[in-house]
Design a protein. Structure first.
Length: 189
């Protein structure tokens, strides 16, 4: 019975890792996962990894308690704590993303609003993706419905992300002129 539980936990772990890693590894955008948001696929993957760890360690703890071995039971219990914490943080992060209260969501919203006013297009027609960042600085790639994309450079000042510039590309000299780190963008010329 224990062997089957551990095998099931291993299978759940493999599926969870694939779900959690695939969107980032393959560079999938939000809609590339079919009818499900790719961020949600990652959340499910992380929760499956937590479930696998909890199932496996819970089995070890239960077996150790039945055998009256407190040390393995305590060790398994201690190993379960990070899985509980990670699951809670994953759910909280996803809730913040859905509510638009997370820092990345605020950066993307700021960039979309700025790009919409600069380009004269409706904000709803723009998609934002956080591309690069350094402490206090971020670059968000904003793509319009016609596949045209612009980069918006943001700076964190006064507790909020404020736009500094928008353009299809930035050189190192452009970044230097803005006071931004010259290595802020990987694609800077």
């Amino acid at each position: 019975m224990t062997r089957r539980i551990h095998q099931s936990a291993g299978a759940i772990l493999v599926v969870g890792v694939v779900f959690a890693v695939s969107p980032g590894y393959f560079g999938w955008q939000t809609g590339d996962c079919g009818p499900i948001n790719c961020g949600f696929v990652q959340v499910i993957g992380k929760l499956l990894v937590c479930a696998a760890l909890l199932l496996s360690m819970g089995t070890v703890a239960a077996r150790a308690i039945r055998a009256r071995q407190p040390t393995p039971a305590a060790l398994a219990g201690v190993m379960m704590v990070p899985a509980f914490i990670w699951a809670g943080l994953t759910i909280d992060g996803w809730r913040a993303t859905l509510a638009g209260t997370g820092e990345v969501a605020q950066m993307v919203t700021t960039a979309r609003v700025y790009a919409a006013s600069s380009l004269g297009v409706p904000q709803d027609s723009l998609r934002g993706l956080t591309v690069d960042g350094k402490p206090g600085w971020a670059v968000v790639k904003v793509t319009a419905g016609d596949s045209r994309s612009e980069f918006v450079i943001l700076r964190f000042t006064g507790g909020v992300w404020a736009p500094r510039a928008i353009g299809p590309a930035f050189s190192r000299d452009d970044l230097r002129a803005l006071g931004a780190p010259v290595d802020l963008m990987r694609d800077a010329r």
